[in-house]
Design a protein around this ligand. Structure first.
Ligand code: GDP
Ligand code: IMO
Ligand code: MG
Length: 405
C-alpha cells in the first residue's frame, strides 16, 4: 500500500489539514511527527468546520488509526480539551483510534508562560513550543511515558521550581506555585494517559503488515528549525527528516506531497520577500480569510515565491504538489509570481494573466478558466514537480485531482 507524506512548503497554513483529510480515507494510519498545539489545521466537511491542533486530521476519516509521534510536544491540558471537542463533534476517539508516543515531550503551563513572556520578538503562538523543545534538548524534559509510570509530578515539580526561579530572578515575574500547576494538570493527565503507548513499535508493525501510512506535517518548510528563516522559525524539524526522527521508523514514501498555497502567507515575524503591504495584500487577506486558526492573528500576505519553493523542494524531495486556495486569486489581474532574484537581491517577478470567474464550484480541472489552468501549468513547469491536486475551496468536496500525462 502506498505511503504518503504531506508537508507545508511555505510558512504554514497552506491547507495541510484539508489535503490530509482528503487522503485519509485511503490511509490505515495517520501520523503527526513534530510540533504541537501551535498547529491549527482546518477541515471542512459538508459545510461543517473542524479545527485540530494536536490530533491528526485523520481523525475525521472515522477508520484510520491516528498517532501523535515522539517528535511532537504535547500539552496534556490542550490535548484533553481537544479530545472533548472532537467527542462533542460526534467523532469517536478511543485509545484504539488515537495513540500518543510515550517518547513525546510534555508542554506544561510553565512552558506556555515562558513562551508568552519571551516569544514576542519571534511572534510565537505562545503555546509553549519553543520552551518544551528547549527542555528536550537540554535533557530535562518530561516525556509522556511518565504519565503511565506516574513519575510526572516529581519531574514537573523540579522543572517548575526552576522556571519559577528563572522568572523571578531574571525576568522579575511571578509564576504560579508548582502545586497549583500540578493540580491544574491532574484531570487532563488522567484522560491522556490512556492513550500513551509505544507508537514506534505500533507503526513498525503496521508497516510490516503492508498498511498504508500517511504522515501529516505541521507548520511549513520555511519554519523548519534548520532549513527555515532562522531565527524566525518554529522549534521542530518540519521537513521530511523530521518524519523519521519524529516517528522512529523508516518509511519509503511513494508520495511526497508539497502543499502549496497559490500565493504566500506568514504569521508572526521574520523575512517575507514577496510580502504585499498595500491594498493587494489586504485584498488577498480578505479573499483568503487569512486569519490564524490557532491565534486568530491576521496573516501577512504576498505573491507566490518560486525560488523559495524550489528551496523547499530541495529539503523534502517533493514529487507531487497539492495547490490550494486557487479560488482566492479569482478577480486578481495580473497575478505576479516571483521567479528569481537579481544579483543585487531584487525580486524578479513575472506577470501572469488573471481570470475573473468564480471557480469554487468547478469539479474538473479541464473546466477551469484557461488563464487559471495556465497559472497551474506555470508553477508545475517552473518547479518541475507535477501539480496533482487543485483545491478551490475549504470543503472536502472542493478538491480536484489533476491527471498527469
Ligand atoms: P494548515 O495549517 O496547513 O492545515 O492550514 P489552515 O487550516 O491553518 O489554513 C488554511 C485555511 O484555508 C483554512 O481555513 C482552510 O479551511 C482554508 N482552505 C484550504 N484550502 C482552501 C481552498 O482551496 N480555498 C479556500 N478558499 N480555502 C481553503
Ligand atoms: P500550521 O501547522 C503558521 C509560526 C508562528 C511564529 C513561529 C514560531 O497550522 O501550519 P512557535 O509557536 O511555533 O514557536 O512560533 O512559527 N507558526 C505557524 N505559522 N502555521 C503554523 O502551523 C504555525 N506554527 C507556528 O506564528 O512565527
Ligand atoms: Mg494552520
Amino acid at each position: 500500500m502506498p505511503n504518503t507524506i504531506v508537508l507545508g512548503s511555505q510558512w504554514g497554513d497552506e491547507g495541510k489539514g484539508k489535503i490530509v483529510d482528503g487522503l485519509a480515507a485511503n490511509a490505515d494510519v495517520v501520523v503527526r511527527f513534530q510540533g504541537g498545539a501551535n498547529a491549527g489545521h482546518t477541515v471542512v466537511v459538508e459545510g461543517k468546520k473542524y479545527v485540530l491542533h494536536l490530533i491528526p486530521s485523520g481523525i475525521l476519516s472515522k477508520t484510520a488509526v491516528n498517532i501523535i509521534g515522539n517528535g511532537c510536544v504535547v500539552d496534556v491540558i490542550e490535548l484533553a480539551a481537544e479530545l472533548e471537542y472532537v467527542a462533542k463533534e460526534g467523532l469517536e476517539v478511543t485509545p484504539q483510534r488515537l495513540r500518543v508516543s510515550g517518547g513525546a515531550h510534555m508542554v506544561t503551563p510553565f512552558h506556555r508562560l515562558f513562551d508568552q513572556m519571551l516569544g514576542a520578538h519571534i511572534g510565537t503562538t505562545g503555546r509553549g513550543i519553543g520552551p518544551a523543545y528547549r527542555d528536550k534538548a537540554r535533557r530535562v524534559g518530561v516525556r509522556l511515558e511518565s504519565l503511565v509510570d506516574d513519575t510526572w509530578r516529581d519531574k514537573v515539580k523540579t522543572l517548575g521550581e526552576e522556571y519559577r526561579h528563572l522568572a523571578r530572578c531574571v525576568y522579575d515575574q511571578e509564576f504560579p506555585p508548582v502545586e497549583e500547576i500540578i493540580a491544574q494538570m491532574e484531570p487532563a493527565v488522567a484522560v491522556v494517559k490512556e492513550f500513551v503507548g509505544d507508537t514506534q513499535a505500533e507503526l513498525f508493525e503496521a508497516l510490516q503488515a503492508g498498511k498504508s501510512i500517511l504522515f501529516e506535517g505541521a507548520q511549513g518548510t520555511l519554519l523548519d528549525i534548520d532549513h527555515g528563516t532562522y531565527p524566525f522559525v518554529t522549534s521542530s524539524s518540519t521537513t521530511i527528516g523530521g518524519a523519521y526522527t519524529g516517528s522512529g521508523v523508516f518509511v519509503d514514501f511513494d508520495h511526497r506531497i508539497a502543499v502549496v498555497k497559490a500565493y504566500t502567507t506568514r504569521v508572526g515575524n521574520g523575512p517575507f520577500p514577496t510580502e504585499l503591504t498595500d491594498e493587494m495584500g489586504a485584498l488577498l487577506q480578505k479573499k483568503g480569510h487569512e486569519f490564524g486558526a490557532t491565534t486568530g492573528r491576521p496573516r501577512r500576505c504576498g505573491w507566490l515565491d518560486l525560488p523559495l519553493l524550489a528551496r523547499s523542494a530541495m529539503a523534502n524531495g517533493f514529487n507531487e504538489i497539492a495547490l490550494t486556495k486557487l479560488d482566492c486569486l479569482s478577480g486578481i489581474d495580473p497575478i505576479k509570481v516571483a521567479v528569481g532574484r537579481t544579483p543585487s537581491g531584487e525580486i524578479e517577478y513575472v506577470e501572469l494573466p488573471g481570470w475573473s470567474e468564480n471557480i469554487e464550484s468547478v469539479q474538473k480541472v479541464g473546466d477551469l478558466p484557461e488563464a487559471c489552468k495556465d497559472y497551474v501549468q506555470f508553477i508545475e513547469d517552473q518547479l518541475g514537480i507535477p501539480v496533482r491536486w487543485v483545491s478551490v475551496g475549504p470543503d472536502r468536496a472542493q478538491t480536484m485531482t489533476r491527471e498527469i500525462p
